[in-house]
Design a protein around this ligand. Structure first.
Ligand code: ADP
Length: 671
């Protein structure tokens, strides 16, 4: 087991400036001394008390004294006036939140304003647990001894009991320095006789203001319950409340739960109607005199109570009470520190008489408003709302708004792009339809131009059928009828009939309007042969010698065979037009297919016509370019569109022998 004792010493060092230190020693069960820690920066915290005996402890004290002397020696040359020495006296122990909050705020303020010259001592007088004249005198003597060589320049007394202790034991303490107090009501202050070197910050615990806040939040309340502990201080608080709330007797049923045992108090609070206003004052001790040191006391009371609890004490806000009209502990700490510094700077305390704190306001705990379903809108706008929990929207409003804006912008951009895409698709579809119509019109025109020759071509089988029919009639009339010969003639009639039907069907195929391209794999030689069935009669009609050459092997390509025939017909028709000036039999045309390198098939349509004027060779494939009186200028443009659609190329060149050759390629379909 370990017991701890603390010895403090510190002196300005010429080497490192002021070097205060606390060496904390632990006394083990066997009374050996173990150094625990060294605390620097001039802030020393300890509980006033008395070392218990023991040889080793005396030895330790001696060692400490020697160490202290060493520091005294080292620091002797230092400028003492550089340091500002404060003693903060806490009335109770380190578990009382009010004193701790004020003391910490004061320490921070002093540290901020004094900096490295600050020498701050704190002592917890523990007057809640230890009372009576004898205790106070023993404590005062111990402090006198403790601070014998380091007398504070000013004492900060945090609360009425610390103030009373300081005033009463001034002689014993041995340092007759100004005192700055806080956290004391004007009423309590009037019970003490305050000398003119004492001043401070007064806290007015005006219970009516806290009650006004409660009334706003609970306008339907009919009952007020005042909760206070059993200590003298608690009872005085309750008495004070009784005086202040006397005028409320008519309107409310006011009940005082003062000095009850803890369990009984909790039970009573549990059974309160929801419409009650609970006003919690101090609960420093229970009826058996046990000090309520647990920081959980307030949460225990507030969580047990079946009605909202209010308080005039700032330290309770955040521990389950709804709120109250309170003095900000932080601002009290700051004001006390500032007042102490003003006095150290030369102001006489009598020139700055005790004044009320500037930090009083209505303060509420947002979480408790939610717990009790109390409307924040009933509160004055000046109310300080603490512990507000922000919703995701409140916390990240701008981030969310930015994300929504980005999403909206993105959404609109996507919608707009989709609309544009849809429009483009429709436009492309329209374009394809128009193109198909133009292609069809061109095909109809070319086919129509050649139809006279084709019709003439029809005469051949029809005439032959006529002759065969007449011959068959003669063979029938013979006696006996020559049935074998008739049979043969009927075969010929069927063959020529089929030929005529094929010509008509082919023409119909060329003139037929297609809803969409008939993509398929077909033999290019077949398509050339089909085109020749239309071109050849026209060539013959115009006296053009037409030669055609196709490879023996089939040439599979992908596309619409009617379109490919149309290309050949257009090129052949143009060639024949270019040979118009030739005398009959002089014009020559050749239509050839060949395989070239890289699985590319080339079809050429060459003529012996006028050729293409050199300056026009780059324009002939442009839409509407024509040199003919009745030309449309669309034939070559459509031919190029078709060829390129099926992955090929088309071009023209003049032949050295005269005339022009048009060539187009198509890729061989992969087998
Ligand atoms: P169109 O036949 O209605 O004039 P094309 O687009 O088929 O339209 O032809 C455009 C022009 O190209 C023709 O007017 C002609 O001047 C020129 N052309 C086409 N084929 C030949 C050819 N084989 N020989 C000379 N010129 C040609």
């Amino acid at each position: 087991m370990k017991r701890e004792g603390t010895a403090a010493f510190g002196r300005p060092s010429p080497l490192v400036g002021y070097l205060p230190a606390v060496i904390s020693l632990s006394f083990n069960e066997d009374n050996s001394v173990v150094p625990n820690r060294v605390v620097s920066r001039g802030i020393v915290t300890e509980t006033a008390g008395f070392c218990r005996g023991g040889f080793l402890r005396v030895g330790a004290s001696l060692a400490l004294s020697i160490a202290s002397l060493f520091f005294d020696f080292v620091g002797a040359a230092s400028a003492q006036e550089q340091t500002r020495r404060f003693l903060v006296l806490y009335p109770y122990n380190n578990l009382f939140p009010t004193g701790i909050a004020v003391g910490e705020a004061a320490r921070k303020r002093l540290d901020e304003r004094v900096g490295d010259s600050l020498e701050l001592y704190t002592d917890f007088l523990d007057l809640g647990r230890f009372s009576g004249e004898a205790y106070q005198q023993r404590t005062a003597r111990a402090l006198a001894e403790k601070y014998q060589d380091r007398k504070p320049e000013i004492v900060l007394a945090l609360g009425p009991q610390a103030l009373q202790f300081s005033l009463k034991n001034r002689q014993v303490l041995g340092f007759d320095v100004p005192i700055v107090f806080c956290c004391t009501s004007r009423a309590r202050l009037s019970t003490l006789s305050i000398p003119n070197d004492v001043t401070g910050i007064i806290s007015e615990f005006d219970y009516t203001k806290t009650l006004a806040l409660a009334q706003r939040l609970q306008p339907d309340a009919r009952q007020i319950v005042i909760v206070a502990g059993a200590s003298e201080f608690d009872r005085q608080s309750a008495e004070n409340a009784r005086r202040q709330l006397a005028s409320y007797d008519n309107k409310y049923d006011i009940q005082y739960l003062v000095g009850l045992p803890h369990e009984e108090l909790i039970e009573k609070l549990k059974r309160l109607p929801r419409t009650t206003i609970v006003l919690m004052l101090t609960v420093f001790s229970d009826p058996r005199g046990r000090l309520s040191v647990s920081p959980d006391l307030v949460p225990q009371i507030t969580s047990a109570a079946a009605a909202p609890v209010y308080t005039p004490y700032d330290a309770f806000v955040g521990r389950g009470v709804v709120g109250g009209h309170t003095d900000s502990l932080e601002s009290i700490g700051i004001e006390v520190a500032d007042l102490a510094l003003d006095i150290l700077a030369g102001k006489h305390p009598s020139g700055v008489p005790p004044r009320s704190t500037n930090g009083n306001a209505d303060r509420v705990d947002w979480r408790q408003l939610k717990r009790w379903n109390l409307s924040e809108h009933r509160l004055p706008t000046s109310t300080e709302v603490r512990f507000r929990e922000f919703t995701v929207w409140e916390q990240y409003r701008w981030h969310i708004a930015a994300i929504i804006a980005i999403l909206l912008a993105q959404g609109s951009a996507i919608t707009w792009l989709q609309f544009e895409r849809h429009r483009r698709q429709r436009a492309e579809l329209d374009l394809r339809q128009r193109l198909a119509e133009v292609i069809h019109l061109n095909r109809t025109a070319v086919t129509g131009a050649m139809s006279a020759s084709v019709a003439h071509e029809l005469n051949q089988p029809l005439g032959a059928i006529q002759s065969y029919a007449e011959a068959a009639s003669l063979y029938l009339k013979a006696d006996p009828p020559n049935l074998g010969r008739i049979e043969e003639i009927l075969g010929n009639i069927r063959r020529d009939d089929k030929r005529a039907a094929d010509i008509i069907s082919h023409l119909r195929g060329l003139l037929k309007k297609q809803d969409q391209d008939d993509w398929q794999e077909f033999d290019l030689n077949e398509a050339v042969r089909d085109a020749l069935r239309v071109v050849r009669p026209e060539a013959s009609k115009r006296g053009v010698q037409l030669k055609a050459f196709q490879t023996d092997a089939s040439l599979p390509v992908r596309g619409d065979p009617i379109h490919v025939q149309q290309v050949i017909m257009n090129l052949a028709m143009n060639g024949m037009d270019a040979m118009q000036a030739c005398s009959p039999g002089q014009g020559r045309m050749s239509i050839d297919t060949a395989m070239t390198a890289g699985n590319i098939i080339e079809v050429s349509v060459a003529d012996s016509g006028t050729g293409i004027p050199a300056d026009k060779i780059g324009e002939i494939f442009d839409p509407f370019f024509t040199t003919k009186g009745h030309g449309t200028g669309l034939g070559l443009s459509i031919a190029r569109t078709i060829v390129e659609t099926y992955g090929g190329k088309i071009w023209a060149e003049n032949l050295p022998s005269g005339g022009a050759a048009f060539r187009f390629t198509l890729p061989l379909a992969v087998q």
